[in-house]
Design a protein around this ligand. Sequence first.
Ligand code: SAM
Length: 286
Amino acid sequence: MNLTNIGTVKEILSRHGFSFSKGLGQNFIINPDICPRIAEGGNAKEGFGVLEIGTGIGVLTAELAKRADKVAAVEIDTRLLPILDETLAEFSNVKIFNEDVMKCDLHKIIREEFAGLKAAVCANLPYYITSPVIMLLLESRLPVESITVMVQKEAAQRLCAKVGSRESGAITVGVNYYGTVKQLFSVSRGSFMPSPNVDSAVIRIDPNPVPRLSEEEEKFFFKVVKCGFSQRRKTAAKALSTQAGIAKEVIYEALRSVGLPEAARLEQLSMDELIAFSAQLRKNTL
Ligand code: SAM
């Protein structure tokens, strides 16, 4: 079944009485070039199980199922289930979980569905939970080789920004702490039905196989990052003394020890500088 043929899609949707939910971020891909590129850029291949988040009518799901050994897909909208029964009927390697991705046990799905396989995530994410989903996957250390997702263009720019640059934010630091991120390609708004008001881009995150910090150091690191980015214009010393109650002299000492000026602002530090500073500060406050 050609799920990028507008006539076919409209016919299926109207036969099932389906109407798009804006609240669930339902913009389905209708450009035939996009899904094969996501699948091929996102490890959908032999030896892999692919976790998809948000199937829509299954246009990406089908491309994943053609290439990977197994596809497990989480879709919150129960109205899509009878449609998926029809559109994915030819694939025996797809299992749909009618659940909310923020609440279901993704580790369990990967363990049970992808035994003996490597795992990857591929998705055209609902825009209203882009950052929470990405951070959930990374923070829970989901055992995946790659996370390849379509997000709105502005989100892609922020996620792929250089840590320390003007475009970077707390999410940039978060993602770059857990892995390496790059943009694969951009996608115009006309590639979707209905067409959203902004363009999109596909990014790929490859999580680090080994964590950069211990659990305790990591907790402290994110506390520092949170303080720094909630008061972006303030110096590290000012932000951390008011928000975390650390004496300014202790902060200056940590900055000096890692070769940074006392007036440094956290938002301007590179990833390595942030990690070195937070590790030193933690040592000084223990
Ligand atoms: N993959 C399809 C495509 O590319 O055409 C659909 C992508 S659409 C942008 C996002 C999908 O995520 C929708 O099908 C929507 O119902 C689903 N969705 C929204 N919130 C969700 C959640 N919390 N958990 C699981 N799926 C969700």
